[in-house]
Design a protein around this ligand. Structure first.
Ligand code: PXP
Length: 260
């Protein structure tokens, strides 16, 4: 299974002090040496972590393919077309969110999204849509003519954390353990079944399937077992682990869990 390492969180640490280090550019050769398959970065409209100059340098210098996540706003698509990453993953963005909270709206009339996809493809950039695991979103993505979808695993990760992580008791971004454990377990199994069914549905339609959000070495095995998923994009948990193990070892640890 392919691993895209999302290096935004290196820039998050840099921005905490608005200084020059750690520099996400320094991660490129380590990711490659550790066996990562792709570098993923999110150039947010508010530039809260990755800056334009980071994106430019990373895309220019990376020996691995770069997957640039961005919103469908005209400004962002113009930047993507100019920088020419290997792939652009279109994501929804809300200014106040801590991280990307849900999938992109793809059903119904979506003139801005359609235009963004056309512009990117005209520049020979692969396009992926970050969507919730629903049949409607997958069929709409197929109709939009993209090559990839990335399934949002945030609900799965939250349910897992509520059930098995003490984060559920302490962290504001994770819903409290409001339901009985048996109900949460049933919901977790339902979510795994949904991700399996929808990933398979997308693959049968001819889409390539990635997944990501909130994945850790603990919650990964059920996702790795989904045959139709080819690639995972993982950020927070790899960079968090790297503080203690170093980035190269952290990537090795994740790669070991990805072996099928
Ligand atoms: N994939 C997409 C589309 C994302 O927006 C993010 C978060 O930036 C990730 C994957 C990685 O999520 P995490 O940092 O929780 O591993």
């Amino acid at each position: 299974m392919l691993l895209g390492v999302n290096i935004d969180h290196i820039a998050v640490l840099r921005e905490a002090r608005r200084v020059a280090d750690p520099d996400p550019l320094d991660a490129l050769s380590i990711c490659k040496r550790a066996g990562a398959d792709q570098i993923t970065i999110h150039l947010r409209e508010d530039r809260r972590h990755i800056h334009d100059s980071d994106a430019r340098d990373i895309i220019r210098l990376s020996a691995l393919p770069v997957n640039l996540e961005c919103a469908t706003a005209e400004e962002m698509i113009a930047i993507a077309c100019e920088l020419q990453p290997h792939r652009v993953t279109l994501v929804p963005e809300k200014r106040q969110e801590v991280t990307t909270e849900g999938g992109l709206a793809v059903t119904g009339s979506q003139p801005r999204l359609t235009h963004a996809i056309q512009q990117l493809q005209a520049h020979e950039i692969e396009v992926s849509l970050f969507i919730d695991p629903t049949a409607e979103a997958i069929e709409a993505s197929k109709a939009l003519g993209v090559e990839w979808i990335e399934l949002h695993t945030g609900r799965y990760a939250n349910l897992y954390a509520m059930l098995y992580g003490n984060l559920a008791k302490t962290h504001h971004s994770i819903p409290k353990l409001a339901l009985p454990r048996a109900t949460l377990k049933a919901q977790l199994h339902e979510e795994i079944a949904t991700l399996t069914t929808q990933a398979t549905h997308a693959k049968v339609l001819g889409l390539r399937v990635a997944a990501g959000h909130g994945l850790t070495t603990h919650n990964l095995p059920a996702i790795v077992a989904i045959e139709a998923i080819e690639e995972l994009n993982i950020g927070q948990s790899i960079i968090a682990r790297s503080i203690y193990t170093g980035l190269e070892q952290a990537i090795h640890d994740f790669k070991a869990v990805l072996i099928r």
